[in-house]
Design a protein around this ligand. Sequence first.
Ligand code: DNO
Length: 393
Amino acid sequence: MEKTWRWFGPNDKITLSMLRQIGVEGIVTALHHIPNGEVWSLEEVVKMRDFIERSGLRWSVVESLPVSESIKYGGPDRDHLIENYIESLANLGRAGVKTVCYNFMPVLDWARTTLEYPNGDGTSSLYFNRAEFAYFDIHILKRKGAEKDYDEQTLNRMQQIACTMDEAGERRLVDNIIVKTQGFVNGNITEQDQQPVEKFRRLLALYDGIDARRLRANMKYFLEAIMPVCNEWDIKMCVHPDDPPLQILGLPRIVTCDEDIKAFLDMVPDPHNGLTFCAGSLSAGAHNDVPALARKYADRTWFVHLRSCDVLPNGDFHEASHLAGRADLISLVRTFERVNPALPMRVDHAPLMLGDEKMGYNAGYSFHGRMLALGQMDGVMAVVRREIEEMKA
Ligand code: DNO
């Protein structure tokens, strides 16, 4: 697989020359300075491409070209926003950037409750505590009917949390769940927002009456509209699975499991409609057999996120080492190296270690942690490629 790295543009503290030194081949990035919904002009795309190429790397994958909320819930301006999206895709195609990752998650891009959960060895990882999430939903957001979405055990744990919760703790939860994990991925809420919870409630309200069936129909409408430009420029669209792959906050989520993936691939059966195989997101759902999903969908996978989670009996999950956890990345590398050895892969979220915690990196995107993970995956890929060669000989 092609070794890529998510880089956040010229202001990223991790520079392209650092990435060359650690064996990165391709860059995954976006035009983060262009507001959601606006056209990515050819000039801006070429500027970014050339900046990357001057360092001896290539712009392999766009992550993400964000799908505006209104396209997802089917607002009155969706056709105009889809036109803009098509124009951005055409400009990417003209510039030779042909793999585009996006997601179709309403309101929230990804969710964690703790960003620095101590691992016991001095490093820390991202963590999703189901009971803390319930506290956010029920006590902070005060969503109507939220209690019925949680089992008794989670509600009991939540009561314990409520006994010791204070203002600072509530602020931390809001910050982790809807601010720090969102802003840097062009999400709906940024660090500048003064009233994040109010804004978040207004966003949730946009989905009143939108169930999974409607959301899926809107996804189909969007995909059918963009397939002609994807065919013209051979652009591979790859949807990112919902993270976590669960129903949350009363929102419909439609890329969470085997049936969902099958449904969206079948509803627009064009090879340009494909998947970002995010092993981390998928492994956070106890219902997903990740290696089996990889085998089943490798031929419609255009981009891979290598990351692994462990799910605890109480429903919490945390991000594991890239060589451990439920995702079984060794098995995944075997599958993808066989089916498509040119497939771009990047290591995804990794622990904070060796001073990463002082650097202010975007949540999940440490330097040392990701470098270690890339080294681990590089080793696995080298062994697997050797195995494949030996089998052919
Ligand atoms: C989080 C990422 C997501 C992902 C988008 C793709 O770290 O995995 O933000 O980039 O969902 O659209």
